[in-house]
Every structure is written in C-alpha cells, then in structure tokens.
Design a binder for this molecule. Structure first.
Ligand SMILES: [Zn+2]
Length: 193
C-alpha cells in the first residue's frame, strides 16, 4: 500500500489521461482507489462504476441479460477477467469479487485455491464425457447449461478451515454454495436491479 501511494505521488499528473482533473492537487481517497484499480488491472475511468458494484437485470434463469446474449460457453474474452495471477477467468464482476475475497481471506490466515472457472462449451462437452451427467449421478452439467459456461461459477480448493470460512463469508462477496455433493462449487450472484 505504501509503495503504491509513493508511486502514485511521484507520477507526473500531466501524464495521466484516464483520471483527468481528479488527480494532481490532492492525494484523495478517490485517486488512491483509482490507482489501486489501475494496479489491479481493472478499468480506470474516473466516473466508471466497477462492474462488481453495478446492478444487473437477470433473465428468468438468473443470468444477466448481457451474458445471456452471448450464449452459454460462448462468452468473449472481453467480458471475462483473470482471477489473480492464475490462468482462470470468470465474468468480470465475479472475478473482481473473487479476487477481493481471496485477498481478504488471506489476511485472516485462510487460503483459498481455485481449480476451475469459466468453461467454454467444448470443455463442457468433454467434461460430461469424462465425469458423467449430474442428473445421472455424475458431476457434470448438461453442456450448454453449466454455471461455469456463464463465467459465473468457480470450483475452489478448500481445506476444512477454508470451507468453513466460505460458508461464513462467501455470500458477502456474492458467492453461494448451491450444488449438493459439490462443496467446492460456488456460484456468483450479482446485485440485481
Ligand atoms: Zn463447479
């Protein structure tokens, strides 16, 4: 945090095109938040609402309209965001909340790993072949229906301490344990309007 503030203060205000007039005079909380968002690779538009704080309109199946328009397992890279430094991706608001949750858990001595995230359609087909359909006692959703195909679910690597922490705190970050037999599967529910 301190290093980040120093870096921000040392940066000539004239080089900043994204934050405009809000920087340069005072090291306000807003500009620090912008610097933090920038450092985390998120959008830096001063007036932009972070996707994780936005409210979304859901369709009858609980899917945000903007995602439903792409189709399950067909979400473009532009709508996805990386989870930390892993190769995993989720729908951007879910990724941002997951990153925050993992960081907060870490400060409390809880380690949350990640084993799966967004799953393109072809991977859903492959998984169903390997693990069987959930409806038939297996562990895979019918291809084209998986929450992973919307980038709205993640499979976490949790020890017993982390599992308990998630059950206590997951909902604060929008993550819900919603599949019996799969305590590792956590679905993201955005704020709704
Ligand atoms: Zn899962």
């Amino acid at each position: 945090m301190i290093a980040l503030q120093t870096q921000q203060a040392a940066k000539p205000a004239t080089t900043s095109t994204t934050t405009g007039a809000t920087t340069g005079t005072t090291a306000s909380g807003a500009s620090f938040a912008t610097a933090l968002a920038s450092a985390m690779g998120t959008q830096t538009g001063a007036a932009a609402v972070a996707p994780a704080d936005k409210s979304y309109t859901l369709n009858s199946k609980g899917i945000p309209a903007e995602l439903a328009a792409y189709g399950n397992g067909k979400i473009p890279a532009s709508a996805l965001e990386k989870v930390g430094s892993t190769g995993h991706k989720l729908w951007a608001p879910a990724a941002q909340n997951l990153n925050q949750m993992i960081a907060d858990a870490k400060t409390q001595g809880v380690t949350i790993g990640i084993t799966d995230s967004y799953r393109p359609y072809e991977e859903q087909v492959d998984l169903a072949k390997r693990k069987g359909l959930y409806s038939q006692g297996g562990l895979a959703a019918k291809p084209g229906t998986s929450e992973h195909g919307w980038g709205m679910a993640t499979d976490l690597d949790l020890n017993s301490k982390a599992q308990a922490w998630m059950r206590e705190n997951g909902e604060k970050y929008g993550f819900h344990e919603n599949v019996p037999r799969e305590p590792w599967h956590w679905a993201y529910r955005p704020k709704t309007s």
